[in-house]
Write a protein that binds this ligand. Structure first.
Ligand code: NAD
Length: 348
């Protein structure tokens, strides 16, 4: 059965659908013919992300942390599938400085999984993260190690588990919660572990957009958090969305799936590509080692996604960056004065 047929005319709920990744997922599901409901409290998501499709979806402004079970039943009642992306989240600067806020995700995730059971949703796909992996596997710059799903296995609650700060621990515990709901009540679906995504509609609390913003401000000396050698597996948002949809088509038993290219790029190399595209470069770099940088060398092994989903990323970094820069320059004012608050907060 082709993908288009599976998604046509079914009801799909996207929690956090006004977010960067969520809104791209909504766009794709609409192309496939689904009837979409988005529930989002717009704390970091924006209605503008959905402006091209607002008249074709149902949008519900609700807070999934404090919502009642009865209200949840009304929203989830007629949904066939749920993509659960709502979370208190942001780039490294945000999650490192908002640990208590991030703990709201314990409540949000519980409410969503419980509502899926209450209303017999066929499948729930949960936006997990590369932060569920132990940071001790990500300490060596230049290492070619790629994180495998078994490196963090919530099926084995007696085994060694470790994760990257409160945000990573919460996502890992949410995966464990999904498994518990599957074991006891037969919940179907899976967690999808997104690596560092980038693309249009992302905000400046995330590295790539922050670097584009700085380059467009012609920041000189150009400030980089850490020593610039830290490595990430930057993966374009449309690839993440395709992998997420394929996970919903193929996985029911809570098997976690990595979505990442498996390639590592240092931050300084990304800056050079961005500056090359913009045809500008700073005279000097300034490395601010007081700022949070997270794991030093991170990439996800995409072998399982290829084997179980037939998923392979289609966008290389330069192509993805060109599209992202094009979007950013068309949708943002040309900045003359740098405002570093927007690198840490959703609303300034
Ligand atoms: N961007 C990445 O690189 C990345 C990587 C790994 C995982 N993720 C996960 O993907 C999902 C989407 O992230 P994103 O980067 O696209 O944007 P995001 O972090 O802004 O998305 C979260 C969305 O949830 C909404 N939300 C927050 N609290 C809510 C609440 N109490 N009730 C209802 N809605 C609420 C926000 O308004 C926002 O639209 C998140 O779950 C995030 O943890 C993202």
């Amino acid at each position: 059965m082709s993908s288009d047929i599976k998604w046509k005319d079914i009801n799909v709920l996207v929690t956090g659908g006004a977010s960067f990744i969520g809104s791209h997922l909504v766009d794709r599901l609409l192309e496939l013919g689904s009837h979409i409901t988005v529930v989002d409290n717009l704390s970091s998501g924006k209605l503008a992300n959905l402006s091209a499709c607002l008249d074709r979806i149902k949008f519900i402004n609700a807070d999934l942390e404090y919502i009642t079970r009865a209200e949840l039943k009304k929203i989830f009642g007629d949904q066939n599938k749920v993509f659960h992306l709502a979370a208190v989240h942001g780039g490294r600067g945000f999650i490192a400085t908002h640990p208590a806020d991030v703990c709201s995700n314990f409540a949000i995730d519980h409410h969503v999984f419980e509502a899926c059971l209450d209303t017999n949703v066929e499948k729930v796909i949960f936006a997990s993260t590369a932060c569920v992996y132990p940071t001790r596997l990500q300490e060596e710059i230049g290492s070619d190690y790629k994180l495998k799903e078994e490196d963090s296995n919530p099926f084995n609650a007696d085994g060694f588990l470790s994760a990257d700060i409160e945000y990573g621990w919460e996502k890992l515990m949410a995966e464990m919660q999904m498994i518990s709901f599957m074991k006891q009540y037969g919940l179907k679906g899976c967690p999808v572990r997104f690596v560092t995504a980038y693309g249009p509609r992302e905000n400046e609390t995330h590295a790539i957009i922050a670097l584009i913003y700085k380059a467009l401000c012609k920041m000189d000396p150009f400030e980089i958090w850490g020593d610039g050698q830290q490595e990430r597996d930057f993966t374009y948002v449309k690839d993440i969305v395709e992998g997420t949809i394929k996970s919903a088509e193929n996985i029911s038993d809570c098997t976690p799936i990595n979505l990442g290219t498996g390639r590592k790029y240092s931050i300084i190399d990304v800056v050079k590509v961005i500056c090359g595209i913009l045809n500008w470069k700073p005279s000097k770099f300034k490395f601010d080692t007081s700022k949070p940088v997270g794991a030093l060398s991170r990439a996800l092994d995409p072998t399982r996604a290829k084997k179980l989903l037939g998923w392979e990323p289609q966008f290389d970094l330069e192509r993805g960056l060109r599209i992202t820069i094009d979007w950013y320059t068309k949708t943002h004012a040309i900045y003359t004065k740098f405002n570093d608050k927007i690198l840490l907060e959703h609303h300034t």
